[in-house]
Design a protein around this ligand. Structure first.
Ligand code: TYM
Length: 329
């Protein structure tokens, strides 16, 4: 039996090249090897306030991005999380075996709530990881390809699956995160100390998958680097290292090849070439995103078919879970 791969992206904020390089671009590579399930996690997006009109539009956009980045509905199940009610059902069950302590330790939760008073922290943000665990466990996923920032959530899903298995007998596969060596943490262009972020308030932080060439040039030229000159892969020179990593992943060249290419040239040359490389690589993806966004009926059809297939797998797991818990079926 083929191993199952599952992952998802929230239809909120800006989908950027970090999401693409760290996650989506990898998913397409696994398509022939594994059973693939990719969802647009709209129920996760609503853990922070969303404008209904843009949530709807973003949900379509993330689906369009999946297809534009090479996910093939014949090889992968592509669907919207809220179209398969079993996610919410299993999330509740998983929540009942989770603990306040482990959820409080999630760094993403801590980051998102540092500025909030305890009384006003949304409960949905707190139990967010139990919904993510449900996404993974419902499909008996073996592998979860994500960026570095989601590793802790996948590890929690592992703990919860093991806990359930211990209490009620072997039910869930214990999933593993699948994280690429280079590109799992693309840093912000305006601040290479922090990851490129969907919810960044400054546009200079990210390159959106839908950014126009002029915007991409402007953002790369202004990207924060240091005062050095030699173009070398040095993790200590964080801004430069980030730009070189993006260059490496989009070009497919080795670090030595890239260093040789830029020998005797400064950061200016790297930035100029990098901007053109990103523009060239994003152009066909942008064209396809625009095509699907103008033909939403095609997305509706693909998503409805995906939900039907996902629901079948999810229902089988949910039935077993309910039986093991002692719920009357
Ligand atoms: P989300 O929507 O924030 O991000 C989607 C994917 O992009 C990766 N990513 C990055 N990779 C490299 N560099 C970055 N700067 C960067 N920023 C984001 C994320 O790690 C992720 O893989 N909770 C998840 C969505 C989710 C999920 C799931 C994922 C819900 N259910 C089940 C896997 C399996 C999230 O918010 O990702």
């Amino acid at each position: 039996m083929k191993k199952t791969v599952l992952s998802g992206i929230q239809p909120s904020g800006v989908i950027h090249i970090g999401n693409y390089l760290g996650a989506i671009s990898q998913w397409a590579l696994y398509q022939n090897k594994y059973r693939n399930i990719f969802c647009v996690v709209d129920l996760h997006a609503i853990t922070t306030p969303q404008d209904p009109k843009s949530l709807r539009e973003k949900t379509y956009e993330v689906a369009a991005i999946y297809l534009a980045a090479g996910l093939d509905p014949k090889k992968s199940i592509i669907f919207v999380q809220s179209h398969v009610p079993a996610h919410s059902e299993l999330a509740w069950i998983i929540t009942t075996i989770s603990k306040m302590g482990e959820l409080s330790r999630m760094t993403q939760f801590k980051d998102k709530t540092t500025k909030l008073r305890r009384e006003s922290i949304p409960t949905g943000l707190f139990i967010y990881p139990t919904l993510m665990a449900a996404d993974i466990l419902l499909y008996q996923a073996n592998l979860v390809p994500v960026g570095e920032d989601q590793k802790q959530h996948v590890e929690l899903a592992r703990d919860l699956s093991q806990r359930f298995n211990q209490r009620f007998g072997k039910t869930f596969i214990v999933p593993e995160p699948l994280i690429r060596k280079s590109g799992a943490r693309i840093m912000g262009l305006d601040n290479p100390e922090q990851k490129m972020s969907k919810s960044a308030t400054r546009e200079m932080n990210y390159i959106a998958l839908t950014d126009k060439p002029a915007t991409i040039r402007k953002k790369i030229i202004k990207a924060v680097t240091d005062s050095g000159t030699a173009v070398k892969f040095d993790p200590k020179r964080k801004g430069l290292h980030n730009l070189l990593t993006i260059y490496k992943l989009f070009s497919g060249q080795s670090e030595t090849q890239i260093e040789q290419h830029f020998r005797g040239q400064g950061y200016g040359a790297l930035k100029k070439d990098l901007a053109e490389l990103i523009i060239k690589k994003l152009a066909p993806i942008q064209k396809k995103i625009a095509y699907y966004m103008q033909n939403k009926h095609l997305l509706d059809r693909i998503l409805a078919n995906g939900a039907k297939r996902a629901d079948k797998i999810a229902q089988a797991t949910l039935k077993e879970v309910k039986q093991k818990l002692g719920l009357v079926l």
